[in-house]
Design a protein around this ligand. Structure first.
Ligand code: GCB
Length: 639
C-alpha cells in the first residue's frame, strides 16, 4: 500500500514515541558519552553572558563523565548539594555521511537547554525521559566533515509545577534549601547517554505494536494471535506517492513468520510463542530468556527500484495479553502474582547515572532472588532496564515522576498539563515493551484531599485513551476511607509500613493490621484487585540483635515475614476462588541515597534487601526462599 499524505502530515499533531536509537543497514549511531567540560553557574549568569557561544566554558571548569549525575563525582560538597544551573560542553568531529542527523539525550535532570554550534537547538523539561532534535541544519552540508560544539545548560531546581515538585527556600544568600517532598536524593545532570544517529530524509518515525488477542486450545496452548501495528513516516513529503513499506515479523531464530505492506494493519501469527513473566509455575525460571520476536520495518521509494531509505527493527516484540478481573491480574489468561522488590536508579558515585555494570548486576540479582516484577519507582527508568526486563520476563509497573503531589498541584492546571505531557511521553516511549504490564501515574499523592478527586478523574480519563491495553493505577499512602481518586483507576496499589512508621518495634501487630487493611480496601472497592506496592524496614547491614530490634537484620527478616501470612490468606493464586491480592513488592531492592536528615543515617534509606554496594542482607535470603516457593503454586487458567 502507498503511504498516504495523510499519514505524512499526521506527525505534526501526534506525539511520537522517540524510537530507541537502533543501528541498522540505514542508520548509523555514534555515542557522545565521555568526559565533558563542566562547571557550576552559581550566579546564574551563563545565559546572559552567552556561555553557549564561547569556544570554552569560562573557568573554573572540570571534566565530568557523561552519563552520570554530577553530585558525587568530586570531593566538593558545593557540587554535591548544588541547586540551580550547571553547564556541560563537548566538541567532536562530525563526518557528513548521511542526509539527516539527530542528537538525542536519553535524559537530563531537570530542565535542559541545548545549543549546537552556538545556536539554540532544543529545550526540554522533565528529568527522566528522552528528547531529541534534528541538528542537520546546524551543520555545514557542503564539507565532508566539520567540528561541532554542543553546550548544555541543566537546571535541577524543582518548583511546584515540576514533576516531582519541589520548593526552593531562600533564607539568606548563602542558605538556600530545595525542599523535596520525596525520599530520594535529587541527583542531577546529564545522567543518561547522549547519542547522535542518522536517518535518510524520509524515515521511519514511529512504530506501535500491540497484541490484540490470542486463541488457545483446550490445553491452553496458543493456536494463533492477532497483533496490530502502525508505522508513521517522517521527513520531506515530495516523495509521498512513491514511498512504500514492508513490515516483517521474525521469530527468535530469525525465520520470517508473517509480513504486510500496509502502514497500519494486523498480523496473524499461527502457533505463537508467548512472552510470559518468569517464575510462575508454568513458565521459565527468571534466569532464562522469555520469548521475543523481532519486527523489521523497511521504508523504500518505489520510484527508484531497490532504493531502501530506512530500516528499523524492534527486537523485543512479545506476544501476550493482559486482562483484569475484579480479583485477578491475568497474563495470557493465567493469574499473575507480582513478587519482587522496587528500586531506584541509584548507585555509589554515579548517583542516578546510567551504567551497564549496575544494570547487569540488577538483573542478575533479580534472577538470584527469583523476583518477577518491579515498579520503576518513582520515575521512568532508562530504556535499557525495559529491554532487559523484556528479555528475562520481569514484569514492570511503569511509573511517572509524580511523587509527593498535594493540594498545590491538584488545583494547578499547569501541573495537570505537565502531568499529561509526561504520561504521553512515557507511554509513547514504553508502550512497545511487553514487560510493561501496568502504568502507575503517581506515588503517594495526598489523595485524601478533596481536590484530588477532580485531578485524578481528569488524569485517568486522559490516560485511558493512551494506555495501550494496560491497566492504570497510582500508588496510595492515604487511608482506605479517605482516598478520593483511586475510584477512577483499575487497581489498588498500597504502601504500608506497620511496625515501622506506625507501631514502631511491634512486629507482633503486623498480621492483624495487614489483614484488616486489605479487608477494608476490599470492602470499599470489591471490583479492584489489590497489590502491596511497598512494605519494608530500614536495616543497617551487620547490625544484629536477638530479640529483633528495629534497624537490625533480624528485625528486617521478621518484619517482612510478618506480612506474608496475611498476603497468602487473600492471595489470588493461593485462593483462586476467593483471593483478590495480586502481588507484593518489597521496599527496597537496594539501599539508596536520600537527603541528609535525622532519620537517614549517612544520607541513605536503608530498607534495601541488598546494600547500596549490592551485597545481600539476611532478609534477602528469606525473600529468595519465599519467591522460590511462590513459583510452585499452581495457577488456573480462566477460560
Ligand atoms: C514511601 C515512599 C518511598 C519512601 C518509603 C520510605 O512510602 O513511597 O519513596 O522511600 O516510603 O522508606 O519511607
Amino acid at each position: 500500500m502507498k503511504v498516504s499524505l495523510f499519514v505524512l502530515t499526521l506527525w505534526c499533531v501526534t506525539i511520537h514515541g522517540l524510537l530507541y536509537p537502533e543501528e541498522s543497514e540505514t542508520r548509523q549511531i555514534r555515542s557522545l558519552d565521555g568526559l565533558w567540560e563542566f562547571r557550576l553557574d552559581e550566579a546564574g549568569v551563563g545565559k546572559t553572558e552567552q556561555w553557549f557561544a564561547k569556544p570554552h566554558l569560562p573557568s573554573p571548569t572540570i571534566l565530568m563523565p557523561v552519563p552520570a549525575s554530577y553530585n558525587d563525582i568530586t570531593q566538593n560538597i558545593t557540587i554535591h548539594q548544588h541547586i540551580g544551573m550547571v553547564w556541560y560542553a563537548c566538541d567532536f568531529f562530525f563526518h557528513n555521511t548521511a542526509p539527516r542527523w539527530v542528537l538525542r539525550f536519553q535524559a537530563a535532570h531537570y530542565e535542559a537547554n541545548v545549543w549546537v554550534n552556538g545556536q539554540s537547538a532544543v529545550d526540554h523539561s522533565g528529568g527522566h525521559l528522552p528528547f531529541e532534535v534534528d541538528i542537520t541544519r546546524f551543520i555545514s552540508s557542503s564539507a565532508s566533515y566539520s567540528r561541532v560544539r554542543i553546550v548544555v545548560a541543566v537546571n535541577n531546581t524543582l518548583t511546584s509545577t515540576t514533576l516531582p515538585p519541589g520548593y526552593l527556600h531562600i533564607y539568606n544568600p548563602t542558605y538556600r534549601v530545595l525542599e523535596t517532598p520525596f525520599d530520594f536524593f535529587n541527583y542531577a545532570g546529564i545522567d543518561r547517554s547522549v547519542i547522535l544517529y542518522s536517518t535518510s530524509n524520509n524515515y521511519i518515525q514511529d512504530i506501535t505494536i500491540d497484541t490484540d488477542s490470542i486463541d488457545f486450545d483446550s490445553q491452553h496452548v496458543a493456536t494463533s494471535a492477532v497483533l496490530s501495528y502502525s508505522v508513521t513516516i517522517g521527513g520531506t513529503t515530495h516523495q509521498a506517492n512513491t514511498l512504500r513499506l514492508i513490515i516483517e515479523l521474525f521469530d527468535a531464530q530469525g525465520i520470517l513468520v508473517v509480513n504486510n505492506t500496509d502502514s497500519q494493519s494486523r498480523l496473524i501469527v499461527n502457533k505463537p510463542n508467548l512472552w510470559e513473566p518468569c517464575g510462575m509455575n508454568h513458565t521459565h525460571p527468571c534466569t532464562e530468556e522469555s520469548y521475543l520476536y523481532t519486527l523489521k520495518v523497511t521504508l523504500y521509494d518505489d520510484a527508484s527500484p531497490m532504493n531502501i531509505l530506512d530500516i528499523y527493527r524492534i527486537p523485543h516484540v512479545g506476544i501476550r495479553t493482559i486482562r483484569l478481573t475484579d480479583s485477578k491480574f491475568l497474563v495470557n489468561e493465567r493469574p499473575f502474582y507480582f513478587h519482587g522488590a522496587n528500586a531506584h536508579e541509584d548507585s555509589d558515585i554515579r548517583g542516578k547515572g546510567f551504567d551497564r555494570v549496575i544494570l547487569a548486576k540488577h538483573f542478575n540479582l533479580y534472577g538470584w532472588l527469583h523476583g518477577n516484577a518491579f515498579r520503576t519507582s518513582h520515575y521512568p527508568y532508562a530504556d535499557e532496564f525495559y529491554a532487559m526486563a523484556n528479555r528475562f520476563g520481569i514484569a514492570i509497573i511503569g511509573e511517572t515522576p509524580a511523587v509527593g503531589l498535594k493540594k498545590d498541584q491538584f488545583v494547578s492546571q499547569a501541573t495537570l498539563d505537565h502531568h499529561k505531557q509526561v504520561v504521553t511521553e512515557m507511554i509513547s516511549r514504553d508502550r512497545n515493551h511487553p514487560s510493561v504490564l501496568m502504568w502507575s501515574l503517581a506515588n503517594e499523592p495526598e489523595s485524601g484531599d478533596p481536590e484530588a478527586k477532580g485531578y485524578f478523574s481528569a488524569l485517568a480519563d486522559f490516560t485511558r485513551l493512551l494506555a495501550a491495553g494496560r491497566p492504570i493505577t497510582y500508588v496510595i499512602s492515604a487511608t482506605y476511607d479517605s482516598d478520593q481518586g483511586i475510584q477512577f483507576f483499575d487497581m489498588i496499589c498500597i504502601n504500608r509500613y506497620f511496625a515501622w512508621y506506625s507501631q514502631a518495634g511491634r512486629l507482633d501487630q503486623i498480621p492483624s493490621l495487614v489483614s484488616e487493611e486489605l479487608a477494608n480496601w476490599r470492602h470499599r472497592f470489591p471490583n479492584k484487585p489489590i497489590l502491596m506496592s511497598e512494605y519494608g524496614a530500614d536495616t543497617v547491614s551487620g547490625l544484629h540483635n536477638d530479640p529483633p530490634l528495629m534497624f537490625t537484620e533480624e528485625y528486617q527478616k521478621d518484619f517482612l515475614s510478618g506480612y506474608h501470612g496475611s498476603f497468602d490468606n487473600v492471595s489470588s493464586i493461593v485462593h483462586p476462588n476467593t483471593g483478590y491480592f495480586v502481588g507484593e513488592l518489597v521496599w527496597n531492592m537496594f539501599d539508596f541515597a536520600t537527603d541528609q536528615s535525622i532519620t537517614r543515617v549517612g544520607g541513605l534509606n536503608r530498607k534495601g534487601l541488598f546494600t547500596r554496594q549490592r551485597q545481600p542482607k539476611a532478609a534477602a535470603f528469606v525473600m529468595k526462599k519465599r519467591y522460590q516457593e511462590l513459583e510452585f503454586i499452581p495457577t488456573e487458567v480462566t477460560h
